[in-house]
Design a protein around this ligand. Structure first.
Ligand SMILES: [Zn+2]
Length: 169
């Protein structure tokens, strides 16, 4: 029966191997968590933003860097899913300071989404949580507008069934 035993003759090297093994074990994620590896560039970019916005994040109940990443990934994925779901049907027509015009190719209508009192409202549906609002939340231009205005908007929590079901489209 063959048995593989790593041959480490150099005591110094052995120490290093053991040290790295212990470090790796220390870094194993807790049950129910997964760990991923990202480049220094990506890490630093996120960590820099985290450090700069730490106080605001604490107000939102985000108290750790991993909590920040989790919320960012959740937000980005929601945007991505909304965008990929609606992109074939929605087109951005025009963007100005208080209004984003969206063409709904499915309903063959134009929806104007207005930004008023820090809230978005769709003129077509007279709604604050229709598909057009969801689409606007997926547009980088929207974040440029609110950043320029110094507005902080918390994304309304769209009902899960609305995002997953066809009703949202
Ligand atoms: Zn609408």
């Amino acid at each position: 029966m063959a048995c593989f035993i790593p041959l480490v003759e150099d005591a110094n090297l052995l120490q290093q191997v053991l040290y790295h093994r212990d470090t790796l074990i220390d870094k194993m994620p807790r049950a129910g968590f997964k760990s991923i590896t990202v480049s220094d560039y990506v890490y630093n970019r996120f960590f820099g933003t985290y450090e700069r916005t730490r106080r605001d994040l604490e107000l939102k109940g985000i108290t750790s860097f991993s909590g920040y990443l989790t919320s960012m990934m959740d937000e980005i994925m929601t945007k991505y899913e909304t965008f990929s779901r609606h992109a074939p049907f929605m087109e951005k027509i025009d963007v100005d300071q208080n209004r984003i015009t969206v063409k709904d190719n499915k309903r063959k209508r134009i929806a104007e989404v207005f930004l008023k009192d820090d809230k978005l409202r769709c003129s077509l549906d007279e709604s604050i949580d229709c598909a057009h609002i969801g689409f606007v939340y997926s547009l980088p231009e929207f974040y440029n507008i609110i950043a320029a205005k110094g507005i902080r908007i918390s994304r309304p929590s769209f009902k899960q069934s609305k995002i997953k079901g066809n009703a949202f489209i």
